[in-house]
Design a protein around this ligand. Sequence first.
Ligand SMILES: Nc1ncccc1[N+](=O)[O-]
Length: 241
Amino acid sequence: MRVDVITIFPEYVEPLRAALLGRAIERGLVSLGVHDLRNWTHDVHRAVDDSPYGGGPGMVMKPQVWGDALDEVCAGDEPPRLVVPTPAGIPFTQEKAREYAALPRLVFACGRYEGIDQRVIDDAARRMVVDEVSIGDYVLVGGEVAVLAIVEAVARLLPGVLGNPRSAEEDSFSDGLLEGPSYTRPEVWRELAVPDVLRSGNHAAIDRWRRDRALERTLDRRPDLLAALPEGALDQRDQAL
Ligand SMILES: Nc1ncccc1[N+](=O)[O-]
């Protein structure tokens, strides 16, 4: 997979080259390009923003600069998926991460200030699929943090990136529920014991216990996820909980 990030703070996304993703890059599973948006400015001040039409606070990023940057970075036979992180976007979910993990190319446009001139999105949408996505209902200063989160969520799904591929299948959200509690040695720690069933060796009982804890936690913390489960996802026993 080829990932390109366009930002005015290229150093902000350098962490992508570390750890998990660093290994994926070394092994050629992901190739990463980071581009400084200011390379496409033409004035001595290297301006990337201007005041908003209609007034209002803050600044808007200029269409000409972004247009030239996207023309160059998105060039190629296969148009990339253009991902624009914004608090005004559709929710980025594990399902979206799985969708992106199947794509050959992702280009991330990191907006700062009050966002990017809408015509940049509208123009790009003439040539490629553009996703405006949000990683949460809060306002960050720019899209770079969202890119770190999205690229990590996607890269860990790529075959060969994670040591144990099963963990990607079994983590939270893979079955629509939150993951329940986990335990490791020692059996008792500060007078807190590991639930007996987990040491019973009875795998059917263990799976049942884990699903019950996941259902309870999801009901308690994210009832919206329960409501979103496909028809029939909960069996009789689940309903009883
Ligand atoms: N929440 C956000 N705030 C600023 C930029 C991007 C954002 N996001 O969620 O992708």
